[in-house]
Design a protein around this ligand. Structure first.
Ligand code: GLU
Length: 302
């Protein structure tokens, strides 16, 4: 980093949908070690904007596990559920600039539309030029226009044609909740995040987030998407695939497994070392360029 570059600010942003599992430990570890290697700050954000998916007690459990593992964050954690006003202000800005439009369509009405890149239904554009007579708005969507290109530090050059690959996307949902895409952009900008290191399951979200950064006039962070941990059947570890919670009692073993998953080649007996020794090895040896350039890989059985 040269003297003119902004200081590095990284973050880990778990959704409190369950306890920390191996996949989220990988994202926590990669983002933390890279921030420390760059002598940067590392912030924590609890992504509880999607309240119906939030599991009571999960945030506390994630924070407890991170503490037991020896992660240290540099400021008080941010809770998305307390930042609704900031999201509302961003939506107002988008409304004023004409970047968004109200949409009356229900999921059922879009059931026949073409598929977007992530397999969801691409918005057919029904309300783009005004609501059909007699219909009231349910959601607000961004006009998806242009091709977004960026260079991901791990996954390489990326390109997404927003209209073709994604379609007009939601920023305020029909249930009145702000969408993840808007919340994450507003939060990262307000926290001054310069580098995003996270799982590659979010690689396809990055183009929308960069698009929103342009529309809101906020800086674009650098992106590095780590391989996502899957089970033997190739499914992303999550509560839905019944990923096991990380064993809090044996943090050194889990950390070493995560280091190995991230291509760092820890010594074979490091799992038997003390937690402190695991951290000093990790801080001394972490290299983002050793991370496999894969979108997913099978998690070890640990
Ligand atoms: N909350 C998201 C998750 O737990 C991560 C969001 C992000 O890192 O941008 O998958």
């Amino acid at each position: 980093m040269n003297d003119l570059a902004p200081p590095y600010v990284g973050r880990f942003a778990p959704s409190p949908t369950g306890p920390l599992h191996f996949g989220s430990l990988v994202a926590a570890l990669g983002s933390f070690l890279e921030a420390r290697r760059q002598r940067g700050r590392w912030l924590l954000r609890i992504e509880d904007v999607d309240t119906p998916r939030t599991v009571p007690g999960a945030s506390e459990s994630i924070l407890t596990t991170l503490t037991r593992f020896g992660f240290e964050w540099d400021d008080d954690p941010v809770w998305q559920s307390r930042r609704i006003q900031a999201y509302a202000a961003a939506l107002e800005q988008l409304k004023r600039s004409g970047a968004v439009f109200p949409c009356a369509c229900s999921r059922r009405e879009m059931a026949d539309s073409a598929l977007a890149r992530d397999g969801s239904r691409r918005y057919p554009g029904t309300c783009r030029d005004g609501l059909p007579p007699g219909r009231s708005p349910r959601a607000w969507r961004v006009r998806a226009e242009g091709v977004i290109r960026f260079d991901d530090t791990v996954q390489g050059p990326q390109e997404e044609d927003l209209a073709r690959d994604v379609g007009d996307y939601v920023v305020l949902r029909a249930d009145g909740l702000f969408a993840y895409q808007l919340a994450v952009v507003v939060d990262d900008a307000d926290a001054g995040i310069t580098h995003i290191v996270r799982g590659a399951d979010l690689l396809d979200s990055s183009a929308r987030q960069i698009h929103l950064q342009h529309l809101l006039g906020v800086p674009q962070p650098a992106y590095a998407h780590l391989p996502v941990a899957t089970n033997d059947a190739g499914e992303k570890l999550s509560k839905q695939t019944l990923a096991r919670a990380i064993d809090d009692q044996r943090p050194a073993i889990a950390l070493v497994a995560a280091l190995r998953f991230l291509g760092q080649n820890p010594p074979p007996d490091l799992g038997q070392a003390s937690l402190q020794e695991v951290w000093s090895w990790s801080r001394a040896h972490w290299r983002l360029d050793k991370v496999p350039h894969l979108r997913h890989a099978v998690a070890p059985h640990c």
